[in-house]
Ligand binder design. Structure first.
Ligand code: UDX
Length: 447
């Protein structure tokens, strides 16, 4: 059993803290936000993540997980202190804003007592570990402190499962004493046979950015192929299947759609470009990915307008799904924002449904009417647009929807309906990259 202190109760900090306690470790989660800590103590989660409330409740009850605003108390007896505070894009220049990481480091330095491993779990640019180490040396001279990097790869909506069954764990340290503590912390994963990769600290920091940039590239690649499919009369889902079965390519992250969003890909690709720029080593592929993805989100608005006949002035559009992906309430860089903006700019009225995201969406969307169920979004609208593929939208009563719409226009930006099903229901149906409406023999045979 290790004593772990987690600084920051955002997505990564809270999920990691709860999972470490579930591994049997003694975990204290620290946050400056007293209201948040109070809520957590009362069992109220600050984010929507499936399974998290139960996981927290179980471990709090078992006495392994607690919450506090008192950083010093949490740090004093810890074997390892994880820094999991935010690293948002800095306004103006796109660099990762490291002020929270450094502020936390200074406070930790003041509170550290015995041998402690300081772990950066926040996504931080290459070299941040060196700076954290400098702060430790200055703030806690002579103390036995090791600074290592341990990026987190969990996805929102599948966070607990991703944390407990990761494809790999990456730990950036060359110090044997730090490796020992990290091995003890991740011992349950060793038993699960998850690969644990020890690298140099800078390498570990870069792995996180390289992974996210590669995944963003994969999505953007298939999105451009989808456009080409529409132009030449081919089907992107069959192309994905046809290339994804090649083990060198892999089937995941080849779903064409309205462009990637979320708290990581947009921010991390930008930060990688900044690092590349600083070191005068451009990564042009990632530059292109960022541009293409930004343009794509806006283009999706134009796609809807085209499907509605080119003029949406005075018309009403129903939107299904606002969050950047299903099973989260996160609206950060969600494609819905650009789609709705384009529609409103063109004179349309928007009403929208989302199973979990309305509270967050209401903070960032103006002049949108939020409705309580998907059918209300269709009621009296001139078109219905699926922007986020929540499961709740996968088996809608199409006949009922068609009856509610003023005109039977259905735009499916996530390809969740078979074309023949939508057309049989009488819809004028538009999707992404399905140029000929055919379903490949392979896909058919596999059901
Ligand atoms: C991502 C990384 O997957 C994770 O490893 C990292 O730690 C944080 O960033 P997350 O942002 O939670 O996780 O979501 P993810 O499931 O990766 O989706 C990101 C975006 O890409 C979403 O907007 C999603 O809709 C989009 N996407 C994903 C596609 O458009 N097509 C795909 O095939 C996959």
């Amino acid at each position: 059993m290790m004593r772990i202190t987690m600084i920051g109760t955002g997505y990564v900090g809270l999920v990691s803290g709860a999972c470490f306690s579930d591994f049997g470790h003694d975990v204290i989660c620290v946050d400056k936000d007293a209201a948040k800590i109070e809520k957590l103590e009362a069992g109220v989660m600050p984010i929507y993540e499936p399974g998290l409330d139960a996981l927290v409740a179980t471990n709090v009850k078992a006495g392994r997980l607690s919450f506090t605003t008192d950083l010093a108390a949490g740090v004093a007896d810890a074997d390892a202190v994880f820094i999991a505070v935010g690293t948002p894009s800095r306004r103006g220049d796109g660099h990762a804003d490291l002020s929270y990481v450094y502020a936390a480091s200074e406070e930790i330095a003041k509170a550290v007592k015995g041998k402690t491993v300081i772990v950066t779990k926040s996504t931080v640019p290459v070299g941040t570990g060196d700076e954290v180490e400098r702060i430790m040396r200055e703030g806690a001279p002579g103390k036995e402190i090791y600074v290592c990097s341990n990026p987190e790869f969990l996805r929102e909506g599948a966070a607990i499962d991703d944390f407990k069954r990761p494809d790999r764990v990456v730990v950036g340290t060359e110090e044997e004493a730090a490796k020992e503590v990290m091995r003890a912390i991740y011992r349950p994963l060793y038993l699960n046979r998850s690969p644990i990769l020890f690298t140099a600290r800078r390498t570990s920091e870069l792995i996180k950015y390289a992974a996210n940039a590669f995944l963003a590239t994969k999505i953007t690649f298939i999105n451009e192929i989808a456009d080409l499919c529409e132009a030449v009369g081919a089907n992107v889902q069959d192309v994905s299947r046809g290339i994804g079965l090649d083990g060198r390519i892999g089937a995941k992250f080849l779903h064409a759609g309205p462009g990637y969003g979320g708290s990581c890909f947009p921010k991390d690709t930008l930060a990688l470009l900044k690092t590349a720029d600083d070191y005068d080593t451009p990564v042009r592929i990632v530059e292109a990915v960022v541009q293409v993805n930004d343009a794509r989100k806006r283009a999706m608005g134009r796609k809807v307008i085209k499907a509605m006949g080119g003029d949406v002035r005075g018309k009403t559009v129903g939107i299904l799904g606002l969050t950047f992906k299903p099973n989260t309430d996160d609206m950060r860089d969600a494609p819905s924002l650009a789609v709705i903006q384009a529609l409103q700019d063109a004179g349309a009225t928007v009403k929208a449904h989302d199973p979990e995201g309305v509270e967050q969406a209401a903070k960032v969307l103006k002049d949108v009417e939020f409705v309580a169920d998907p059918y209300a979004a269709a009621d009296g609208a001139d078109a219905l647009v699926i922007v986020t593929e929540w499961d709740a939208y996968r088996a809608l009563d199409l006949a009922r929807l068609k009856g509610l719409l003023k005109t039977p226009v259905l735009v499916d930006l996530r390809n969740i309906y078979p074309i023949d099903e939508a057309e049989k229901a009488g819809f004028d149906y538009t999707s992404v990259g399905r140029g000929n409406g055919l379903v490949g023999e392979l896909a058919k045979a596999e059901g």
